[in-house]
Design a protein around this ligand. Structure first.
Ligand code: ADP
Ligand code: G6P
Length: 467
């Protein structure tokens, strides 16, 4: 059945990616895999509970896929051509907006053709969404790839309630203003009834920009846009399915897998863990260098300690990501050849995708979790570790520049640019007395438990109904 055959939903999520990626193997066999990233981790369990429809791209170019039912909700694929993948996804989304919104930690590129394709693809998403919506439906548009969709959708379907949530940081106005299409993007977002950001700073950056660059009246958190349309702007820190992760991590299968993994790592006494998409915002270069120096200086003993770093392949056709991959391979190789363990490398580096249960097994094992992005909207890995590490003695080293640091104040907070401070903090996380570590860890568990993904979604959707 296709959306145009009349299947319409009263609740529709729109995101660049579908929750599952269509993968075609070399012998032509098609399979579907869970899509990477925090957006899908957060929203997928909600869709299973709420039902409705998810509009998004199936992850491969030049393929038209019919809508289908998945885990009790409707999946509505939007096709992208090879050129659109290059210009809209790898180009404007991931080589212009992604670096610009992450404090320009890599250089953002501005190309007019990319912008035009971004606009065209946003219109396609808006049209497909309009077709998938029942009268007066609620639509929840997600993330930086689709910032023009709210206004486009409002024009097509003024009856809809439209929410928008940005999963990544919204940058300081001084940076944002570099964007040649800043005005169009602001107006695109203002098409929503409610725009949500990860942290209050993102919401206030956006409101400042609206005041500076538009004529719309701003009163407190409300913008009067036009024809009586109001857009409300607030912060909604995203979270994880806490209970789901706890149950997974305590399952006999995961506990058995974590014992196997420990044996496979050579039964070390101490395990440090990093889990990231292989992305330059995640601070991998700095983190690996800091741990490498601790091994080289003898503060960490490779005979008893292993640093397990997992990196999900990501955006592999974008140059900055290819460069990062080579740099990390070389850095890990250099460190491992200079600090020898007992027949095992000091850094066990795994560039691969793992199942959710394997991730939970890794979190169970980690004595210290290292989450040190240079900038991150929230960082769900930090929260997953807190849920899945079921011993009370975990320790989280967390960058001050992750959205999660606002809630997880009892973490070992670090400035990831300050290597010496990072080294000291890692050592403190390893050596603080057990009661100190466990008091902080249990306090963070309560925090994550009390703001799980259901709270986040309910709060956003209730506000959307009310505005
Ligand atoms: P981002 O959304 O930028 O990737 P987050 O930390 O918010 O960062 O979310 C990352 C998500 O991807 C988490 O749910 C994490 O469990 C998952 N993940 C990270 N690395 C892997 C991997 N190698 N295999 C499977 N899942 C992974
Ligand atoms: C982050 C972004 C998401 C994105 C995910 C994976 O979480 O906020 O929008 O889906 O990374 O990135 P990818 O480019 O593979 O979709």
């Amino acid at each position: 059945m296709s959306a145009s055959d009349g299947q319409q939903s009263s609740f529709v999520v729109v995101a660049n990616r579908l929750p599952v990626d269509r993968v075609t193997s070399e012998d032509g066999e098609v399979s579907w895999q869970t899509s990477p990233g925090g957006l899908v981790t957060a929203l997928e369990p909600l869709m299973r509970r709420f039902g409705g429809a998810w509009v998004g791209w199936p992850g491969s170019a030049d393929e038209t896929v019919d809508p289908f039912e998945h885990e009790g909700y409707q999946v509505v694929p939007v096709e992208l051509s090879t050129r659109e993948v290059e210009e809209y996804y790898e180009g404007f989304s991931n080589s212009t907006l992604w670096p610009l919104y992450h404090d320009a930690v890599a250089f953002p590129e501005f190309h007019r053709e990319w912008w035009e394709t971004y606009r065209d693809v946003n219109l396609r998403f808006a049209v497909r969404t309009a077709e998938a919506c029942a009268p007066n439906a609620t639509v929840w548009v997600q993330d930086y790839q689709l910032q023009l969709v709210p206004a486009m959708l409002r024009r097509l379907r003024p009856d809809l309630k439209i929410g928008f949530f940005l999963h990544i940081p919204f940058p300081p106005i001084e940076l944002y203003e570099q964007l040649p299409w800043r005005r169009q993007i602001i107006e695109g977002l203002l098409g929503a009834d409610l725009v949500g950001f990860q942290v209050p700073g993102g919401a206030s950056n956006f409101l400042r920009l609206v005041r500076r660059r538009t004529e719309h009246q701003v009163r407190s958190d409300r913008v009067s846009v036009e024809d009586g349309h109001l857009c409300t702007v607030r912060a909604y820190p995203i979270s994880i399915d806490y209970q789901g992760f706890v149950e997974l991590a305590e399952s006999p299968e995961v506990l058995a897998e974590s014992a196997e993994l420990r044996a496979e790592l050579g039964n070390p006494e101490t395990i440090l863990l990093g889990v990231d998409r292989l992305d330059y915002t995640k601070g991998l270069r700095q983190r690996i260098r800091a741990v490498g120096e601790l091994f080289a200086e003898g503060k960490l003993d490779p005979e008893t300690t292993v640093f397990l770093q997992v990196a999900t392949p990501s955006r592999e056709d974008v140059e900055e990501y290819q460069k990062l991959r080579n740099d990390i391979d070389q850095l890990v190789g250099r460190i491992n050849s200079s600090v020898g363990g007992v027949g095992r490398p000091a850094i066990s580096y795994r560039h691969a995708n793992f199942s959710r249960s394997t991730m939970a097994a890794m979190y169970q094992l980690a004595d210290v979790m290292l989450v040190t992005p240079l900038r991150d909207g929230m960082n769900l890995v930090a929260k997953e570790y807190i849920a899945c590490h079921t011993k009370s003695s975990g320790a989280l080293v967390l960058s001050e520049f992750a959205g999660a640091a606002r809630e997880l104040k009892r973490a070992y907070l670090v400035n990831p640019y300050d290597l010496d401070a990072m080294k000291d903090t890692i050592m403190r996380a390893l050596t603080d007395p057990e009661p100190v570590r466990s008091r902080a860890f249990l306090a963070m568990k309560r925090k994550v438990r009390d703001n799980s993904i259901d709270h986040w979604a309910n709060k956003f959707l209730q506000d959307l109904k009310a505005v």
